[in-house]
Design a protein around this ligand. Structure first.
Ligand code: PLP
Length: 436
């Protein structure tokens, strides 16, 4: 493809004239890997086609929501029917109840939930509720976990444990993040020290239990168990941000994975997004009735949204949730994801490339590191230039993974065994470009 006929480049140039960086969300710009972003023309099943008409096997799936692949017939039909009935009413609908019922049915920790339009909004509102319910201001988050771009969450660790965080974005006043304590993921001693010092002031601990925003890092079972104990002991709420993992790693999300290993385990609040909207702007946060009833209009914690519970988004989410609740859905998805991860690992080994990988349900991650990292600073030891080379070698072979080494990957039920085989073959060739 010569430069003059590359529609992706043409569109990128046009976009950059009008949209900052040419994109409406930064990671899409390919800045971590270089090159021109692919502008998507259309998508179907496990594939999308770019503006040049080139086909890719898609392992991003809109960053997680497309668990059934693109344009699943049942979902498409539900959305088309909903569109005919009206785009938005700003008044309650039966479908919001149905969606809430479908979510609550699978998550024992969620007795009530509130629907919103993005994961950012859901996490921000969950934190406001945690603060409102406990009457405390301080919160704990972990380095490498992302909870959307609300001001109080755009924060990095201070110089020591006793100090609170610093903003990671211009435009966030230091005063806004002064209540956010940023700790190292999987560090039990640090968490214990934080509770010993600030326990009585902590409203909540928010965590990605299987962190997909530092590629794929699991909270260890002892760490999660201790986090649960400390929150209970000190009256802080344990907030599971399952925007990415909810209905993605299994029907009961990451909390279901930990409940299998820690008897009786439940978080106090759950933040959801991505899969529950099936690709439409829909997210939620939920928890026990007594807590959720502190929200307006019943309680003193204000939260609202013009498009919340949108009728087209709820139709899309509901149809998606009904499909993934079919018996055997997650078993098949997990098997496929495992085959992919094992295939990539074998290909890297044969090429002599340092590599480690993990997966759960339809979510996976890999590192150009010999061992799986346990926290953000270990993730950052990954070889970024080598990742950039691998990314482009895969892209050139029709495989589209996240254009940054700190992002997880997603397999959908539309990915066939042949897609996985072709991907592993492409990776075999791509790893050769990294071999010494
Ligand atoms: N929380 C987690 C764990 C996420 O992965 C994301 C987005 O990737 C968010 C929150 C923010 O969601 P949204 O991009 O819908 O605002």
């Amino acid at each position: 493809m010569t430069q003059s006929t590359d529609r992706n480049s043409e569109l990128f140039e046009r976009a950059r004239a009008l949209i900052p960086g040419g994109v409406n969300s930064p990671v899409r710009a390919f800045r971590a890997v270089g090159g021109t972003p692919r502008f998507v023309q259309r998508a179907e099943g496990a594939y999308f086609w770019d503006a040049n008409g080139t086909k890719y096997i898609d392992y991003i799936g809109s960053w997680g929501p497309m668990i059934l692949g693109h344009g699943h017939p049942r979902v498409l039909e539900a959305v088309q029917r909903a569109v005919q009935e009206g785009f938005s009413f700003g008044a309650p609908t039966e479908r919001e109840i149905e969606l809430a019922e479908e979510v609550a049915k699978h998550l024992p920790s969620v007795e009530m939930l509130r629907l919103v339009s993005s994961g950012t909004e859901a996490a921000m509102s969950a934190i406001r509720l945690a603060r409102g319910a406990t009457g405390r201001n301080r919160i704990v988050k972990f380095e490498g976990c992302y909870h959307g771009h609300a001001d109080s969450l755009l924060v990095k660790a201070g110089s020591g444990l006793a100090t609170f965080g610093h903003p990671t974005s211009a435009g966030v006043p230091a005063e806004v993040v002064q209540h956010t304590l940023v700790l190292e993921y999987n560090n039990i001693a640090q968490l214990e020290e934080a509770f010993a010092t600030h326990g009585g002031d902590l409203a909540c601990v928010i965590i990605e239990a299987i962190a997909g925003n530092m590629n794929f890092v699991r909270a260890s079972v002892p760490f999660m168990k201790r986090a649960r104990e400390l929150c209970t002991q000190h009256g802080a709420l344990l907030v599971f941000d399952e925007v990415m993992t909810g209905f993605r790693v299994g029907l009961r999300g990451a909390q279901g994975v930990y409940a299998q290993q820690i008897p009786g385990f439940v978080p106090d609040m759950t933040v959801l997004g991505k899969v529950i909207g099936g690709g439409m702007p829909l997210a939620a946060f939920g928890g026990p009735r007594a807590l959720m009833e502190k929200l307006a209009p019943l309680g003193p914690v204000y939260q609202a949204g013009t498009l919340s519970g949108n009728p087209v988004a709820t139709a899309c989410g509901l149809a998606t949730l009904q499909e993934i609740a079919q018996p055997g859905f997650y078993e098949a998805l997990a098997r496929k994801t495992r085959t992919l991860v094992d295939g990539l690992s074998a290909a890297a080994k044969d090429a002599g490339v340092p590599f480690s990988a993990d997966c759960e349900g339809g979510m996976f991650g890999f590192f150009l590191l010999p061992q799986l990292p346990q926290n953000y600073s270990q993730v950052m030891k990954s070889d970024a230039p080598a990742f950039g080379k691998l990314f482009h070698a895969l892209l050139d072979r029709g495989v589209y993974i996240a254009p940054a080494l700190y992002e997880a990957g997603f397999v959908s039920s539309a990915h066939g065994d042949e897609d996985i085989r072709l991907t592993v073959q492409a990776a075999r060739d791509a790893f050769q470009t990294l071999s010494p």
